[in-house]
Design a protein around this ligand. Sequence first.
Ligand code: AHR
Length: 325
Amino acid sequence: MRQLQRRTFTVILAGAGLAAAWSPLARAQAAGKKLVIGFAQTGAESEWRTANTESVKAAAKAAGHELKFSDAQQKQENQIKAIRSFITQKVDVIILAPLVTTGWDTVLKEAKAAKIPVILESRNVVVKDTSTWTTFIGSDFVEEGRRAAQWLLDNTKNTTGTVNIVELQGTVGSDPAIDRKKGFDEVLKGNARYKVIRSQTGDFTRAKGKEVMEAFLKAEGKKINVLYAHNDDMAIGAIQAIEEAGLKPGKDILVIGVAAVKGAFEAMIAGKMNVSVECNPLLGPQLMEAAAKAAAGQTLPRWIKTIEGVFPAEVAAKEFPNRKY
Ligand code: AHR
């Protein structure tokens, strides 16, 4: 089997040249200033999200900034309320992890009118006026979907017949759900024997992943060859449903997840999951660097991309001790 594993590392791809454009005074001011930062988080729906929150909190503390944290409990209206409250409190910078892509135009315009830079993290938005946000720090979700599909092609190339896939999508209307589907479908297009026979949202949670997988199993039974889950939490929930149905996850049904969280490594080591495509949640240090620059009026790259790998079950035991989330 082809080794797909790569070491994990996160870099600022396009930001390297920025510091050079700064005057030494601006740089010193940005580095030294203690900021008040408002963070409108989506919620705590997954292991990934918890690691993301912890990373931002720890990085803010290390930088000496005050972080006003809001957990939106998976509701966009709560995030909008939080942003408005941050504007009223006149914070220096707002960090937003947008639950879904749309519906942000008005509130982001309000932040811009109040001259508060907004940094998007982990998920992106679609708005008419793109000058209402400064930078997006996060993954290439289309590429993650492509990697998941490529793993499947590579690891089923010696089989014959139809490969029936069920898909657990992330939160409806969210950037990672839209793009992980797009990338996956793009790679499988033209490979007629790969068929997505069921596709439904599991809202990025274990409970919903299990519930929807139960329904898939009821409807399709042993016809299912592969599960593609848009995150590891849903894959882990689905693994339970597969076992309860008397089937062997990882063998009777290949299990593909996204995120590469510790729970996925445990499932891979137990032989119940086949691969996890990495999505790095440890964005805190990059966010603090970007917040300092944004507060100092610097222009940031539109996309500060995280670089990620793919971890198949074969490398899970060796890599597990190195995992940080
Ligand atoms: O935005 C990134 C996605 O959101 C992660 O894959 C998922 O686990 C999280 O909740």
